[in-house]
Design a protein around this ligand. Structure first.
Ligand SMILES: [Zn+2]
Length: 261
């Protein structure tokens, strides 16, 4: 760490923003004048710049001297901020969600000043003032599920000659799907997180209840005809899905929150 700044580079003469260059790192300095301020005040801002508050009057030259005098403090604060930012980034990168059977990391980006969640090659704007990231993800997945799952159910029904009255995507806590005696099918929005074949299994299972409203041998035998991979899906659901459900809920409700900037 050099003891003296090598240069002060005015970034924007109009608002007195500067870069303080230390070890070839340009540290942004933002200067603001506040009538109420009686002294110079330095603050490391969470968004990655040093804020220097100046009293209402007083020459910029003095502000420069003040910055030079406090350069070790600035360098120290900057290093700490960089470390925090890096750790934050690493945690962000580890944040992941199961989507269509694949573990997809979620990252946060800022685009045109808007926060944006990125995962599975998709980007969508989020407003973290309004809702937490976890809630945005849940809302988005559910929205996606409401588009995709009924379409897939309709396609499977027509392929295998089933007819039902209504399909609804719901936020069921304990079931992946259900079929009522009124021939209505409900699907859990979390099916969008399943690998496609296992989501298909759940849909075929519910469709098959249109013919057998029970889990009799007949039910299972006819299901096996239209879904030969049913045992694999049953096993997957038993081994993965319970933990998926609780993990997702926990992640959505709590875990993701901790990593918010
Ligand atoms: Zn069943």
């Amino acid at each position: 760490m050099r003891r003296q700044p090598r240069s002060f580079k005015p970034r924007n003469g109009a608002n007195h923003d500067l870069h303080l260059v230390i070890d070839e790192e340009a540290i942004p300095i933002k200067m603001t004048r506040k009538p109420a301020a009686r002294h110079f005040i330095l603050k490391m801002h969470d968004h990655g710049y040093i804020e220097l508050t100046l009293p209402k009057i007083g020459p910029i030259k003095e502000a420069m001297q003040f910055l030079r005098k406090h350069q070790p403090w600035i360098a120290d604060q900057w290093r700490k901020w960089l470390k925090r930012a890096k750790e934050q980034q690493e945690r962000n990168n580890k944040r992941e969600i199961l989507y269509r059977g694949r573990v997809e990391p979620i990252t946060l980006q800022t685009r045109n000043g808007l926060s944006c969640a990125c995962f599975a090659g998709l980007h969508f704007p989020i407003d973290l003032q309004r809702m937490s990231l976890g809630r945005w993800m849940a809302e988005w997945l559910r929205y996606q599920a409401e588009i995709e799952l009924p379409q897939r159910l309709a396609a499977l029904a027509s392929r295998h000659g089933f007819s039902y009255r209504q399909a609804k995507v719901r936020n069921q806590r304990t079931r992946w799907g259900s079929c009522s005696s009124q021939r209505n099918i409900s699907l859990n929005w979390r099916l969008i997180q399943f690998p496609k074949k296992h989501a298909d299994y759940v849909m075929l299972h519910e469709l098959n209840h249109l013919r057998h409203l029970n889990h009799s041998a007949r039910f299972w035998n006819s299901l096996r005809v239209i879904c030969p991979w049913m045992d694999e899906s049953e096993n997957w659901i038993r081994s993965q899905a319970e933990c998926l459900r609780s993990e997702l809920d926990v992640a959505i409700e709590a875990g993701l929150e901790r990593f918010l900037p």
